[in-house]
Design a protein around this ligand. Structure first.
Ligand code: ATP
Length: 487
C-alpha cells in the first residue's frame, strides 16, 4: 500500500474507476459514480461474493428487496426512533461534524456509544473547538433519508438505511418458498442510504452505498456450528473487548484456540474466519485484517455480541464488516408490530420457535472495493507505471487484444470475437505497444494478447502476463484453453 486515500480517489477518477458524483455541478458530498472500469469491478466483487455465499451453499438463499418499503418496517425495527448519530454544530451553524469522530480525533480512543451529555461535558472539560469556533449543544440526528410516497404530501417514506430489515419482513415467505430448515441464511446485496453527518475518506463513508448482508437464523439452542471444521486451523489477528480494556495489542490466534479460550463462540468464529478467508482467496494480505470485539457500551441495544472485521486502511484500522449476534430482536419486533406469526415449527421439540440471528455478517461493498484497490495498487518504478494487481476474478477486464499495427486489425478482430464469448475482452489498436501495456497494467488487466506479422505465418500470438511481464508464444488454436487455465 503506497498511497493515501486522497491519492487513491485521484487515481480512480483518472482511470475511469470511480468519479465524484455530478462533478460538472460541483459534486455532491458523499455520493459517487462508478465509471466504466469501476462498474465492472463492482459487478465482479458482487458475483464472487454471491457465488461464495449463495450459489455454493445449500443453507443460504438470496433475495433482492425494494429500497423503499412500508415505513412501519422502520418504526418496528427501531430506526425511526433510534437510528441516529450525535452531531456537533458550530455556533455559526456553518459546520457540522459527527461527535464521536471529533472526540476520537481530538482525544484519541474510541467514543462509539458516547451520550450527548458525555459529549457536552468533554467539550467543556477539554475546551474543544473547531477551528476556533465553539459548538452548540450536542444533539442526536436521525440518519435516514426521507422521501414522499405518491402525490399526496406528508406520506413519508424512507430510503432503507440497511438491507437487513427487508429480509426480516419477508422472512416467512422466503422460508416457505425455499423450504428452508434451521439453520439457514438469507442473503441480499443492494443499496443502502445514510445521511452521514460527515462523509469522508472517499468511498469508505458515503451517503449512498451498497451492502452485502446475510441474516443467519438458528434454533436458539443450536450453539454448535456444523461448518466449524472448515475454519478450525485458520488464524486471525484478534482484539477482544478484554484485551482492549487492558490496553493490549491484537494477537494472532487460531479458531481452535479462540474457541478453547471461549473468546469466540462457534458461529461467530465461523463467519469471521470464513469472511476473512474470502478476502484472502481474492488476493488480500492477511496482515491487513483483524477482528475486534465491540466494547460493552459500543454494542447496539439488541446485540449480545458483535465483532468487526477491520482492515488496515491508510487512515488506520477501520470497520470493513460487522458480524453481530442479533438474537430474536428483529423477528420479535416485527411479530409485535405486524401482528403476524413469524415463528417456525420445530419438529424436534414439536413446538413453535422464533429463530435467532446468531450472526449478521454485514459487509460494505464500497469498503470491500476500496480494500481490493489498496491491496492491488503498486507504483512499479521499474516498469515506470502503476500496476493494479487485482485478482483476475475481480479485474475489470480479463484480456486485452492488441494488434501490433493497424494492418493486423482484421486478424486480431477474429481473435477478439472468439475470446469475448468466454472472457471480458478489450480491443485496443491505438498507440505504441508499451503504452498500451501500461494502460492495461493500470486498470489491472491480467493478460494482453499481441498479434504481430509473424502471427499470420505461425498462427500464434504473444501473451503477456501483467504480474511478471513475462511473454509467451501461444498457438491461436490453444489460446482459449491457455487463458481459461490461467484465469
Ligand atoms: P460505522 O461505525 O463505520 O459508521 P456501522 O457500524 O454503522 O459503521 P453497520 O451498520 O454495521 O455500520 O453497517 C454494515 C456495513 O456497512 C459496515 O461494516 C460498512 O462496511 C458498511 N457501511 C456502513 N455505513 C457506511 C457508509 N456510510 N459508507 C459506506 N459503507 C458503509
Amino acid at each position: 500500500m503506497t498511497i493515501n486515500v486522497e491519492e487513491m480517489a485521484v487515481f480512480c477518477k483518472r482511470k475511469g474507476i470511480i468519479y465524484p458524483s455530478s462533478e460538472i455541478y460541483g459534486g455532491l458530498s458523499g455520493f459517487f459514480d462508478y465509471g466504466p472500469y469501476g462498474s465492472e469491478i463492482k459487478r465482479n466483487v458482487v458475483n464472487a461474493w454471491w457465488k461464495e455465499w449463495v450459489r455454493s451453499r445449500e443453507d443460504i438463499v438470496g433475495i433482492d428487496g425494494s429500497i423503499i418499503a412500508n415505513p412501519k418496517i422502520w418504526k418496528a425495527s427501531g430506526h425511526v426512533d433510534g437510528f441516529s448519530d450525535l452531531i456537533l454544530e458550530t455556533e455559526d451553524g456553518k459546520e457540522q461534524i459527527r461527535a464521536d469522530h471529533f472526540l476520537e480525533e481530538q482525544l484519541g480512543g474510541n467514543f462509539d456509544g458516547v451520550t450527548s451529555d458525555e459529549v457536552n461535558k468533554l467539550l467543556k472539560k477539554h475546551n474543544l473547538t473547531l477551528k476556533g469556533k465553539k459548538f452548540k449543544e450536542c444533539v442526536s440526528f436521525n440518519m435516514m433519508f426521507t422521501t414522499n410516497i405518491g402525490p399526496k404530501q406528508g406520506n413519508i417514506g424512507y430510503l432503507r438505511p440497511e438491507t437487513a430489515q427487508i429480509i426480516f419482513a419477508d422472512f416467512k415467505l422466503i422460508q416457505e418458498n425455499a423450504r428452508l430448515k434451521l439453520p439457514f441464511g438469507i442473503a441480499q446485496v443492494g443499496k443502502a442510504f445514510r445521511n452521514e453527518i460527515s462523509p469522508r475518506n472517499f468511498i469508505f463513508r458515503s451517503r449512498e452505498f451498497e451492502q452485502l448482508e446475510i441474516e443467519y437464523f438458528i434454533h436458539p439452542k443450536q450453539t454448535k456450528c456444523p461448518y466449524i471444521d472448515e475454519v478450525k486451523d485458520f488464524s486471525m489477528s484478534v482484539l477482544s473487548a478484554e484485551m482492549q480494556e487492558k490496553g493490549e495489542k491484537a494477537v494472532s490466534m487460531s479458531v481452535k484456540e479462540l474457541l478453547k479460550k471461549k473468546i469466540l463462540q462457534e458461529w461467530h468464529a465461523y463467519f469471521l474466519a470464513k469472511n476473512i478467508k474470502w478476502f484472502l482467496k481474492l488476493g488480500c494480505n492477511p496482515k491487513n485484517f483483524r477482528i475486534r470485539q465491540h466494547l460493552k457500551d459500543e454494542l447496539a441495544h439488541y446485540s449480545s455480541d458483535c465483532w468487526d472485521i477491520e482492515y488496515k486502511f491508510p487512515f488506520g484500522f477501520k470497520e470493513l464488516q460487522g458480524v453481530a449476534d442479533r438474537s430474536d430482536y428483529d423477528l420479535s419486533k416485527h411479530i409485535k408490530h405486524s401482528g403476524k406469526d413469524l415463528s417456525l415449527f420445530d419438529e424436534e421439540t414439536k413446538s413453535k420457535v422464533v429463530p435467532h440471528v446468531v450472526a449478521e455478517p454485514s459487509l460494505g461493498l464500497d469498503r470491500a472495493i476500496l480494500v481490493f484497490l489498496f491491496e492491488a495498487y503498486n507504483d512499479d518504478k521499474k516498469r515506470g507505471n502503476i500496476v493494479l494487481n487485482l485478482h483476475p476474478k475481480i479485474a475489470p477486464l480479463q484480456v486485452a487484444i492488441l494488434p501490433l499495427v493497424k494492418k493486423l486489425d482484421d486478424e486480431s478482430r477474429k481473435i477478439f470475437e472468439d475470446l469475448k464469448e468466454d472472457f471480458n475482452c478489450f480491443f485496443d489498436n491505438g498507440g505504441s505497444i508499451g503504452r498500451r501495456y501500461a494502460r492495461m497494467d493500470e486498470i489491472g488487466t491480467p493478460f494482453c494478447v499481441t498479434i504481430d506479422f509473424e502471427s499470420l505465418e505461425d498462427k500464434a500470438v504473444t501473451v503477456r502476463d501483467r504480474e511478471t511481464t513475462k511473454q509467451e508464444r501461444i498457438k491461436i488454436s490453444e489460446l482459449k484453453t491457455y487463458l481459461r487455465n490461467k484465469l
